[in-house]
Design a protein around this ligand. Structure first.
Ligand code: 9MR
Length: 574
């Protein structure tokens, strides 16, 4: 598991300190990130001498220092050893002049900040704070002054509280040895924060520069695997791209998913950009990575109106077109034979038409009929292209499961039209299943009743699953994601964009609820569903933020920092 990397600014001056000699100078600066973002309020201490401690600021920066800090004073001057003292339930602070003490924080032993107090600049008298009610256990009190802080351990027993490293609290366990010396040599920096794995980083000397620490969220490392949680129900897949299968996303991918699909790398433009020029290396690398992690692989897609190069249609009669189609399918499926278990053979061949035979898109108000998409495939070969594609696929790999894949199956009319040709494919033993894309919204459209998304209800999705299964077809949820937007306004209205980098709690809760409702329903229908695939891993890499307007979205189970969202917890919670 990826753990620690070191690269940032750290300066440490350490001269040996002993009773009669000069005090040691220690000044360590560094940055802690979770791989993408700074980690704030992590406790950082020197293991051999916990007087040297700090909590990271909003930039993840810390300083372990006795040069500018209070911590050295606690050793040098016995009077200043009483910087913090505890009386009853109240902490008192005696801060030397010249240090602009600001924040006092109370942390749990795991590093969660329970309370933050500001002492302010005016420190006449002894500022004090009342401790909250605390259960028994170990806590830390930190005082931050500018870029420096000290940390004291607070032990709470059933009857008493003890403040360590302080003459007032019955304890003197600061990690300083008998003569007040701090040992030299190899040491470690310990980093603690709740929801992160406690980390100890070796430092080979007390003079180090450029230290940066990658701090691993506990939830990623230790969370029960999503696919294992669903092992009695269906496979859980994710779409990956040419980077995400091997970059920082890979550990999430391998931990939580046991099925993969290439987001774009198996489309015609990727595999045969010009006639006869087959390019398999990228897709192979991805398929091999998935299989070596024990995943199933879905293939997407053999025949589609989009992401198909123009040469395929140029000068093509129906027979020429079918020759190209058969050749593509045969070569591609042979390449991945025995590796790809299910193929989306034909994708998105059905749309709604208005009176003028125009595509109505999402607006069903002017819908007259459902029909085949007027794609180049259709213009040249009519509905036969669908049958031809499935025939070629069956011939190329009789063991692969063959799927028709489409969106908005929750619309009765669209589904009825799809069923009309899927039934014929089934009668000819050319199809094994349907792929239901499920690009959903955080709630069904309320105001725009004619928008397709107004029909995005759990009941409607359940109905589509049951109807397809009743035809004897496998059902895969192939492209699941849940946009945080509804379809009640146009996506290029920038005033309605959610622009904060992180999804707030209210949205998190709403999204979690929606995910949970759908997964509850999927599990109820686990006898009909074999695979549920998310269209991406985490919110930093989603087509919904790229397409069509660049509006930022947060539709997946992991956030931009690769941390599980509430939606993840919600679908694990059953
Ligand atoms: O996620 C894909 C995106 O990167 C491509 O730009 C886009 C091109 O149309 O295709 C996206 O994937 C689509 C999938 O292949 C078919 N169903 C809809 C998906 C989202 O647009």
């Amino acid at each position: 598991m990826e753990m620690i990397r070191i690269f940032s600014t750290l300066i440490l001056f350490y001269t040996f300190f002993c009773a009669a000699a000069q005090a040691p100078d220690i000044s360590i600066t560094g940055i802690i990130t979770d791989g993408r973002n700074p980690v704030e309020n992590a406790i950082v201490t020197l293991v051999k001498d916990s007087r040297f401690a700090d909590t990271t600021d909003s930039k993840g920066a810390f300083t372990l220092s006795n040069k500018t800090g209070i911590s050295n004073n606690t050793v040098r001057n016995s009077k200043e050893n009483n910087l913090i003292f505890l009386r009853g339930n109240r902490l008192y602070f005696s801060v030397p002049d010249g240090i602009s003490t600001s924040d006092v924080m109370l942390h749990t032993a795991k590093g969660r900040c329970i309370q933050k107090y500001s002492l302010g600049k005016n420190r006449s008298g002894s500022p004090s704070i009342e401790l909250p009610k605390l259960s028994t256990g170990l806590y830390f009190i930190s005082i931050s002054s500018d870029r420096t802080s000290i940390i004291r351990k607070l032990i709470v027993t059933a009857t008493k509280k003890y403040l360590c490293g302080n003459s007032t609290g019955n304890f003197t366990s600061t990690g300083i040895n008998q003569s007040g010396q701090t040992s030299t040599g190899v040491d470690q920096i310990k980093i603690t924060k709740e929801n992160f794995l406690t980390k100890q980083v070796d430092i080979s000397s007390y003079k180090i520069e450029d230290l940066s620490i990658l701090f691993e969220p506990e939830s990623i490392a230790n969370a029960t695997s999503l696919h294992k949680r669903y092992s009695n129900f269906f496979h859980i897949g994710a779409a990956v791209d040419g980077n995400s299968y091997k970059d920082a996303h890979a550990s999430i991918w391998k931990t939580h998913f046991n099925s993969m699909v290439c987001e774009n790398e198996m489309k015609w433009t990727a595999l045969q950009p010009s006639s006869g020029n087959f390019q398999f290396s990228q897709a192979n690398a991805m398929v091999n990575a998935a299989r070596s992690s024990g995943m199933l692989v879905r293939g997407h897609v053999l025949c589609w109106f989009d992401q198909t190069p123009d040469w395929v249609f140029q000068g093509a009669s129906k027979e020429v077109l079918f020759g190209r189609l058969r050749n593509h399918i045969s070569k591609v499926m042979s390449e991945f034979k025995g590796k790809v278990y299910a193929w989306d053979v034909v994708n998105e061949a059905v749309i709604g038409y208005n009176d003028n035979d125009q595509d109505v898109g999402e607006d069903l108000g002017s819908l007259k009929r459902w029909g085949y998409r007027n794609s180049k495939w259709y213009q040249i070969a009519g509905e036969d292209h669908i049958f031809e594609a499935f025939k070629a696929a069956r011939a190329a790999d009789p063991n692969a499961k063959l799927f028709y894949n489409d969106f908005w199956n929750y619309l009765d009319g669209k589904r009825e039209f799809i069923i009309s040709f899927v039934k014929k494919l089934k009668e000819q033993n050319l199809i094994d299943g349907v792929g239901l894309q499920c690009h959903l919204n955080i709630s069904a459209a309320q105001e725009k009743k004619n928008n397709q998304s107004a029909y995005q209800t759990v009941d409607n999705l359940e109905k589509e699953i049951r109807e397809y299964a009743a035809l004897g077809l496998d059902v895969h949820i192939t492209e699941l994601d849940i946009s945080i937007y509804t379809r009640d306004y146009v996506s290029d209205d920038k005033s309605k964009w959610y622009t904060s980098p992180d999804l707030n709690e209210a949205y998190q809760d709403k999204l979690a609820k929606r995910y949970k409702e759908f997964f509850d329903m999927f599990r109820r229908n686990a006898d009909k569903i074999q695979n549920v695939t998310l269209w991406g891993i985490s919110d930093d890499n989603t087509w919904l933020s790229e397409f069509p307007s660049g509006r930022p979205d947060h539709p997946l189970l992991f956030d931009k920092h690769l941390k599980p969202k509430k939606a993840f917890d919600a679908i694990m919670d059953f």
